[in-house]
Design a protein around this ligand. Structure first.
Ligand code: PMP
Length: 426
């Protein structure tokens, strides 16, 4: 289970590189064909998928295009904020008119607008931490922050199925990396016990610091993190907890505040709360929320804060406005309705698939639903048949999953209606 953390084979291309075999090349092209199509609409409940045709076997560049309107079961638009919204969109347009699409500056050189400071306050308040720092990209939040938080002499203990951005950040940090069996607290404890004696004070251990990294909802498994048990073990062994809530923030919990709210974990027990704005909030970028001291330290030292152009102001405004809707600050109950809807939709779709006999991974309340296909050869067939039926799905295979654990990954949205879901089931 530590193959994913050790391997250099983290892209799709190596499947065929160096293999001259004609049939393998053909297979690779066919697989690629299934997830490379451009979209010409917002990623809402329905999307316009652009299909390209070549009538003479790719021999010339003459191509025609056809646009197919499909039920969208692939985007991370959990709360439906990725489409035009009566509250968010006018505010995003006002911000675009006033601030433009880019600050053209780093955060420390004039790239901090009033929208950025408001966003950081708003995120800290929403996730339940004293302070927050935001970045223009979710992926870079993990990969740039980890090397600032820990380095040589430190120990990272990472869930075996953590996202590639965490793997890259962990590798770039220079810390020693140990991997624990996916979402298995007893194995985490075993790994910790191998490294330190229980109750040993932080100053008497062979490691400068220990960070345990987990995700709120695992994006390829749809599974909720066993956070209460993991937090208890980290407390016992005095290790820091780093929680990536890319897929859980906004999507789960009574008020959308993520897995801590859902599973009853005190946010004070999670040292670093990371998340992205690209799923539930329909925007882009990522955040780290933590104590005032940690956030101030990151603001002084993190190269991605000091040297990268700040997050686009309209994107920042989209996040602020969508959080306001979730908190009911727009004066409506739409936020609560969206949260109820994503829960109902996810639980309905999962249980119906299971009744039909599909093998579906993940837990109740999770909007991520992998349907196991196992054999990678089924990927093109499944994906094309869905497209033929005007349903867009994402299929995932090696190296993002082990070779024989290919799957279709369904993402449910609050903007799906019951009829949409029934159509997909049919
Ligand atoms: N963390 C996790 C767990 C993810 O699944 C992703 C991407 N889906 C990221 C980080 C990177 O976020 P982004 O796509 O917003 O850059």
């Amino acid at each position: 289970f530590d193959w994913w953390h050790d391997s250099n084979l983290q892209g799709y291309a190596p499947i065929c590189l160096g293999l001259e075999d004609f049939y393998i090349r053909r297979l690779y092209l066919r697989i690629q064909d299934c997830f490379g199509r451009p979209i010409s609409s917002a990623p809402d409940a329905f999307i316009d998928v652009v299909e390209r045709y070549s009538n003479d076997n790719n021999k010339t560049l003459k191509r025609t295009t056809k646009i197919t309107r499909c039920l969208n079961l692939g985007s991370y638009n959990y709360l439906g904020f990725a489409a035009a919204d009566e509250y968010c969109t006018p505010r995003v347009i006002d911000t675009l008119n006033r601030f433009s699409a880019s600050t053209c500056s780093t955060r420390v050189d004039g790239g901090t607008t009033t929208v950025h400071t408001k966003l950081e306050e708003c995120v800290a308040n929403f996730v339940g931490k004293p302070a927050a720092i935001v970045f223009g990209m979710g992926y870079a939040t993990n990969s740039a922050i980890l090397p600032v938080l820990i380095g040589k002499g430190g120990l990272i203990i990472s869930d075996s199925l953590n996202h590639n951005s965490i793997v890259n950040g962990a590798r770039g940090s220079g810390a020693t990396i140990r991997v624990f069996q996916h979402n298995t607290p007893s194995h985490l404890e075993k790994v910790l016990r191998e490294q330190i004696a229980e109750g040993q004070p932080r100053t008497h251990r062979p490691w400068k610091k220990i960070i345990v990294i987990v995700e709120g909802i695992y994006s390829m498994e749809g599974e909720l993190c066993k956070l209460p048990e993991i937090v208890a073990i980290c407390k016992k062994y005095k290790a820091y907890v780093y929680l990536d809530e890319a897929h859980s923030i906004g999507a789960v919990g009574k008020t959308g505040r993520g897995v801590c709210e859902l599973l009853g974990v005190d946010t004070a027990d999670v040292d670093i709360m990371m998340g992205t704005f690209t799923k539930s909030f329909g925007s882009c970028g990522g955040y780290i929320a933590g104590s005032k001291e940690v956030i101030q330290y990151l603001k002084y030292t993190c190269p991605a804060h000091l040297y990268a152009t700040s997050i686009s102001p309209p994107a920042a405004q989209q996040i602020i406005s969508s959080i306001e809707v979730l908190l009911g600050e727009d004066g409506s109950s739409r936020g609560a309705q969206k949260l109820a809807r994503i829960r109902e939709n996810s639980n309905f779709f999962r249980s119906e698939l299971q009744k039909m006999g599909f093998e579906v991974l993940g837990d109740n309340d999770s909007p991520v639903m992998p349907i196991m296909l196992y054999n990678p050869a089924k990927i093109p067939a499944f994906s094309r048949e869905c497209l033929r039926q005007n349903v867009a799905v994402v299929t995932v295979a090696f190296p993002a999953t082990p070779l024989l654990l290919a799957r279709a990954r369904i993402c449910i949205s609050a903007s799906h209606t019951k009829e949409d879901l029934l159509k997909a089931l049919e």
